[in-house]
Ligand binder design. Sequence first.
Ligand SMILES: *[C@@H]1O[C@H](CO)[C@@H](O)[C@H](O)[C@H]1NC(C)=O
Ligand SMILES: *[C@@H]1O[C@H](CO)[C@@H](O)[C@H](O)[C@H]1NC(C)=O
Ligand SMILES: *[C@@H]1O[C@H](CO)[C@@H](O)[C@H](O)[C@H]1NC(C)=O
Ligand SMILES: *[C@@H]1O[C@H](CO)[C@@H](O)[C@H](O)[C@H]1NC(C)=O
Length: 804
Amino acid sequence: MHILNFLLLPFVLWIIPATCTSDSLQEGFSLSVEKPTTDVLISSNGVFSAGFYKVGDNAFCFSVWFTKSHQPTLVWMANRDQPVNGKSSKLTLFKNGNLILSDAGQTGTTIWSTATFSSLAVELKLKDNGNLVLRTLQGNTETVLWQSFDSPTDTLLPGQPVTEKASLISFRSTTNFSSGFYKLYFDNDNVLRLVYRSPSLSSVYWSPPWSLPVDEGRSTYNVSKIAVLDSFGYFSSSDAFKFYSTDYGVPRYRRLVLDPDGTLRVYSFNEDTETWEVSWQHDPEPCAIHGVCGANSMCTYHTYLGRSCYCLRGFKFKDPNDWSQGCEPQFTTPFSCNRSQYDFLRLPVMEFYGYDLRVDAVFNVTQCQDICLSLCDDCKGFQFKFNGVGTYNCYIKTMLMNGRDSPNFDGDVYIKLPKSTLLSSKDPLKHAPLNCSPALFQTLNRIYQNPQKHTWLNFLLWFACGIGGLEITAIFLVWFFLFRSSRESDKGDLRQQLVSATGFQRFGYSELKKATKGFSDEIGRGGGGIVYKGVLQDNRVAAIKRLTSESNQGEEEFLAEISTIGMLNHMNLIDMWGYCVEGKQRLLVYEYMEHGSLAQNLYSNTLDWNKRFNIAVGTARGLAYLHEECLEWVLHCDVKPQNILLDSEFQPKVADFGLSKLLNRDERANSGFSRIRGTRGYMAPEWVYNLRITSKVDVYSYGIVMLEMITGKSPMGIHSLENKGETDQRRLVTWVKEKINGGPTSMFWMEEIADPNLEGKYDSAKFEVLVKVALRCVEDDMKERPSMSQVVEMLQLPQYRAFR
Ligand SMILES: *[C@@H]1O[C@H](CO)[C@@H](O)[C@H](O)[C@H]1NC(C)=O
Ligand SMILES: *[C@@H]1O[C@H](CO)[C@@H](O)[C@H](O)[C@H]1NC(C)=O
Ligand SMILES: *[C@@H]1O[C@H](CO)[C@@H](O)[C@H](O)[C@H]1NC(C)=O
Ligand SMILES: *[C@@H]1O[C@H](CO)[C@@H](O)[C@H](O)[C@H]1NC(C)=O
């Protein structure tokens, strides 16, 4: 063994410098975008890397990133606004000392350079602190020609300063790393500020623009304009602003980031979990950050749900995916100086910041309205506020910007609207946004210069593709014949082979009858059928549901819908193995769940707190998958503890989904899906009031199920003394709310509402979150309820406390 080692050693030594990466690049060499694994600089401590980072389809930025986190964390970028393409682009250190990033798609195009010059030997070195330095070395004296610390993007590393010339600019979004709208910078008066700066607007939101720097403890006199975070978590600025992170004192990897939401945060690296944790954030009200919601809209903030924007009455979103563009009128504007055509809508305790045309002291609202009307189109509305000296201030707004709910603000807003809109509109004061996230990646379309040297490579590629094509054709043919023959023959064994190809099987009625011993072992009822336990020919244990509805549905239609359900595949959804259609018989075959339903387990006291919380998260995940974000692909419409099944590890699987599609198609066609579905106790008010049915009905039922799981009380089991005319589930909700808010014992609300079976053993932080989330889910107004994917996020947020 030793001899072998000894023999190999020279080779290893020889190989390492050639293939392994180093922390520096010497002059005359370059890093290529095409060799992502080798053409990377790695700092000598292994913590930072510098190389080409993929930011989109065929789009790369030369970047420095932190390597110890699960996902690499970007800390600096050379060309954030102008990514280079994935072929032939390179970063070259020329002998004259210039460092040039070129996009060879357009040969020789310089995308970025340091514009440095030196007659001495230069090297580019990635230091242990993440600073990428272009330097000359003479003996031990280093002369820095250029360094990445002087031109930050959105991140400051410990020791890296914000200066007069170096400011932070946020990413455009969490997935788009180009320059966004928020900036941390030193202003002309030497004060460190945050500003929102879009192509058309600019407004400072921190320090608070309405107070003087001196009132915020800032100094305007120190002209050195420098601010630094150290690795212990202390930040200090020459304008006397300073803070300590919550974990101050421990040397950790840290970064100060101006996030795309306009908030400045310090993140500390947790070595155990390999994730970043928020250890400080500048914390004005989140809605006080300007530019979040554009013109004619309102920002609201919820602790768990975060920020969202609403359009004012009479307005609609310009682009539902980009709130910052604001809302535009839905009405046609009458002649703006015709007073008789306009009136005002009062929005209590709301505030719009900035864009004041003038301020007048007035005695009453009427006076203010008169002023606004007389200004024709220049006045879009006004802010009306008592000024403390017997009169009111009337702030005339030329634009309705930076709007927000502001419960502590003792003023109202009046917006000017055409009378016709005010009379006809039944909209609420404000209405909720769509909550879809915009597309993640964009393709960078570039035309390559045609390389001529790759002919043999092309040949190989074509060869490989050809073989692949043949294979696909062959597979298709085999599948086709199998499928054809399985239709024609009645033999089960051919179908059996299909299982492995599609995972979804057609059963014969007699086969299932046999499997269930003549439908003898009933394990459940509901959702339009009776469920039996059965053992299939291949010894798999199955739950077989026999649909009872009198369906005149043709086989083709049934199959079309069944196949949709069959396509759904998620660890928290019950797996459907197959189906049976024969004559009027319609059966569905599912995997069998060992531990039965949540309902059974809840009342037989087998679920400790951890299992329950797991079930909460898993169920939410399953439903979120069903709702597929914004597509509302499949509504469940009957979420209840009987439909949440538990596998051998007590992982929840949602059952009975997709049946709303199968069962009521005729009624849906005739009545717009209005027949009440679902189960008493778990039904959202929309069913009762005949409102539009959306995925929020499932959210509601989920909330009730969670309350039931937390309290151990069935929504049907609570009886209040006075009959307030409430539905059953409302009583459960009211009961929980009363325990939280009311009475002398409300301090102990957790103990009071927790299922006695838990015997007081629960994680109170998680308990609180689950209760609060559940209560959000059962809001009467469906717009106030979170989406299922938001629920998942809220329940998973590890540092939810940091975001309060
Ligand atoms: C100005 O700020 C710098 C950096 O915080 C500090 O070192 C210096 O002492 C300050 N100067 C004065 C006159 O306060
Ligand atoms: C103003 O509006 C009224 C109807 O509300 C209309 O009769 C009148 O002609 C309008 N005046 C002008 C100048 O447009
Ligand atoms: C509002 O104040 C003005 C000026 O004092 C007065 O003339 C007017 O009558 C007041 N209007 C109402 C509705 O109080
Ligand atoms: C990022 O956003 C900018 C500005 O909206 C846009 O021009 C660019 O194409 C986006 N880039 C990517 C990769 O999505």
